[in-house]
Design a binder for this molecule. Structure first.
Ligand code: UDP
Ligand code: MG
Length: 243
């Protein structure tokens, strides 16, 4: 049994039946050499394919795999958040179920946590390998608008391959679409964030859940909320205190 994992890999999953076995294999290959007790928390966002059956089979042979299934399809942010809430490790790594994120990058992401509270993967140098031109341009444009409106300088906010200390999420307010703003939300809470170059692979099986339209525009409304939060939330520090 694995009752005391230090590292939780948190993965949202919607209709990823063709990816899950390979995903678990890739994570084992990447995480076993780290010699850190870990768990794999996969949240099935009420898939309509056989993802849940595959997850049950995988969990039956490996107690480190902890799948849960949402009652309704609730979107990537909700599935990811449900996984983070269930995570038991002091360190959380979020990644996609489609093997676009590469478990071989785990050491670099985790190493950065010796100096920062959160390390965000950035695919800027590796994108041409895993993505088509439309996707790269729409993602860059979305990233630019996001940075301009939220006063950020994140090179790849759309990359959800991130490692962070679990305490970063203790006081976080979650909302639909917030997975795109996690680094900014962490900074608002006073945590330190850095970026680490990561690989990008082509999707192993299945199709992306996003098109140009929802990649570019879906987050605009959320962006205004994050901009507001960044301006208005308290940022004071206690200078001195007695008794
Ligand atoms: N996902 C989810 N619920 C949804 C849509 C997506 O849990 O309603 C998951 C999906 O299975 C994947 C991750 O969120 O693990 C990111 O989705 P996708 O790979 O389609 O996004 P992209 O990498 O193309 O931006
Ligand atoms: Mg993906």
């Amino acid at each position: 049994m694995n009752d005391n994992p230090q590292l939780s890999l948190v993965i949202p999953c919607y209709n990823e039946e063709g990816n899950l076995r390979a995903l678990v294999e890739a994570i084992r290959d990447g995480a076993d050499p780290l010699k850190v007790p870990y768990e794999i928390v996969i949240t099935d966002d009420c898939s309509t394919d056989s993802s849940w059956n595959v997850l049950k089979q995988l969990a039956a042979f490996d107690p480190r795999i902890r799948p849960q299934r949402l009652e309704k399809n609730s979107g990537e942010s909700a599935a990811s958040w449900a996984g983070m809430k269930s995570a038991r490790g002091d360190v959380i790594v979020t990644l996609d179920a489609d093997l676009q994120n590469d478990a071989r990058d785990l050491p670099q992401l985790l190493d950065a946590l010796n100096r920062f509270d959160c390390a965000c993967g950035t695919r800027v140098q590796s994108r041409q390998k895993g993505d088509n031109v439309v996707r790269i341009i729409s993602s860059r444009l979305a990233n630019w608008v996001r940075n301009a409106l939220s006063g950020e300088n994140i090179t790849d906010a759309g990359c959800t391959y991130r490692a962070f200390k679990r305490r970063c999420i203790a006081d976080l307010k979650f909302f639909k679409g917030m997975h795109r703003f996690l680094p900014t939300l962490f900074k608002i809470e006073g945590f330190t964030v850095t970026e680490v170059p990561v690989r990008t692979n082509p999707r192993f099986a299945g199709q992306s859940h996003y098109g140009v339209w929802n990649r570019l525009f879906a987050s605009f409304y959320d962006l205004l909320a994050v901009r507001w939060m960044k301006k208005r939330m308290f940022k004071f520090k206690i200078a001195e205190k007695l008794h």
